[in-house]
Ligand binder design. Structure first.
Ligand SMILES: [Zn+2]
Ligand SMILES: [Zn+2]
Length: 255
């Protein structure tokens, strides 16, 4: 089992998870040509994608899902709320599958456990995936962590986890007050400190890869996220990978 990021941040997000003959794309925040180019960097083509899972309807997660799903013909899985809230410009999706964000299901060689997260999407969820032996979770776009997440995510081999902002940079920065309140709020995004507090309390003894994701270009710096997470995990800062907006992150193998 392995995972990678095509890119992460407020200008687009997409995460790949692969096991056996199954390759899933979580979110599709890049246009068709850009998605093809980013897949190519990881040795994949559009036809390699088994399905697309959506976490919520915000543009940085769905901007490319219409053209990509129409070109690739793969099914798109999402909650009823996310599907209802998709912008009209997403257009027709050829194969839509509705999920219950409290009910696990399987696609090919991967079992998928969705879980709701507090965010200002209509019915946001994030995903824990397993090939039966290893577990990986991609967790971004949440205003705060939950007890349900803590119960679910302990013991993962791989985590891609939101470190959106440094709270001092956000509150002292140039965003208008309303946007600061949104990002910092109950349904906004996780700060480095909030992510570190959650990860510090999680069973991470099996963790092989930790990737900090959805970093704000304005209100965060990779070294701040790395320092916060290294403190939480008791590791060196250079062990903490950071998913880049343009370059994403290369394949991380889970042994
Ligand atoms: Zn986002
Ligand atoms: Zn969002």
């Amino acid at each position: 089992m392995r995972f990678a990021s095509l890119g992460s941040g407020s200008r687009g997000n997409a995460t790949l998870v692969q096991a056996g003959s199954t390759t899933l794309l979580i979110d599709c925040g890049f246009g068709l040509a850009d998605t093809r180019r980013r897949l190519g960097r990881l040795g994949l083509e559009l036809s390699d994608l088994t399905a697309i899972l959506l976490t919520h309807e915000h543009g940085d997660h769905v901007a490319g899902v219409g053209p990509v799903a129409r070109a690739g013909g793969m099914p798109v899985w999402a909650t009823p709320g996310t599907l209802a809230a998709l912008a009209p410009q997403v257009g027709e999706l050829p194969h839509v599958r509705t999920i219950n964000c409290h009910a696990p299901w399987e696609i090919g060689d991967l079992s998928i456990t969705p879980f709701p997260v507090p965010h200002d999407g209509r019915e946001s969820c994030q995903y824990l995936l397993s090939d039966g032996a290893r577990r990986f979770a991609a967790v971004t776009d949440l205003g705060h962590t939950t007890a349900h997440m803590a119960a679910l995510l302990g013991g993962c081999e791989g985590l891609l986890f939101e470190c959106n902002h440094d709270r001092d940079l956000l509150l002292g920065g140039p965003y208008p007050p309303s946007l600061k309140r949104r990002v910092d709020g109950y349904l906004g995004h996780l700060s480095n400190a909030a992510a570190a507090a959650f990860i510090g309390g999680l069973d991470c003894r099996r963790l092989q890869h930790f990737v900090a994701a959805h970093l704000s270009e304005q209100n965060n710096r990779p070294e701040l996220a790395q320092a916060a997470m290294a403190g939480a995990l008791g590791c060196g800062a250079d062990w903490i990978a950071v998913a880049d907006q343009d370059l994403g992150i290369d394949w991380c193998e889970l042994a």
